[in-house]
Design a protein around this ligand. Structure first.
Ligand code: MN
Length: 130
């Protein structure tokens, strides 16, 4: 059934990362919706209602941290998990991302196993935590 696919909103302006993540997730049965700026992400999260968002931090028009802050202040979409896509963060930086409203983080360069596990865990948390 078409409707049973989990939907991922991928917010990424880097072409190669976008192609890579889209390919991995499509092969693993996810539906992908793409945004290339923070502003587009805010529009699409409301209209597409994804199950999870993958958010690059450095984006044109509006960065990923600002977009996440705005989304997490909106009652209608704040329960949707947002995972930061960022170049290998230190433990301190990782903790800082959680304080900024992100639900988790995926390091760049992207590792297939880590990407799939982090997405899957964020969806479990959502189901359990409500
Ligand atoms: Mn970027």
């Amino acid at each position: 059934m078409e409707g049973s696919k989990l939907k991922v909103l991928l917010v990424e302006d880097n072409y190669m990362n976008k192609v890579l993540v889209t390919e991995i997730l499509t092969l693993n049965g996810y539906e992908i919706v793409e945004a290339k700026s923070g502003i587009e992400a805010i529009k699409l999260i409301a209209s597409e209602r994804p199950d999870v968002v993958l958010m690059d931090l450095h984006l044109p028009e509006m960065d990923g941290i600002t977009a996440t802050r705005i989304i997490k202040a909106d009652e209608s979409v704040k329960s949707i998990p947002i995972l930061a896509l960022t170049a290998a963060a230190s433990k301190g930086e990782e903790y800082d991302l959680l304080n900024k409203g992100f639900d988790g983080y995926i390091g760049k360069p992207i590792e297939v196993k880590k990407l799939l596990e982090t997405i899957s865990n964020s969806l479990k948390d959502k189901q359990q935590g409500g």
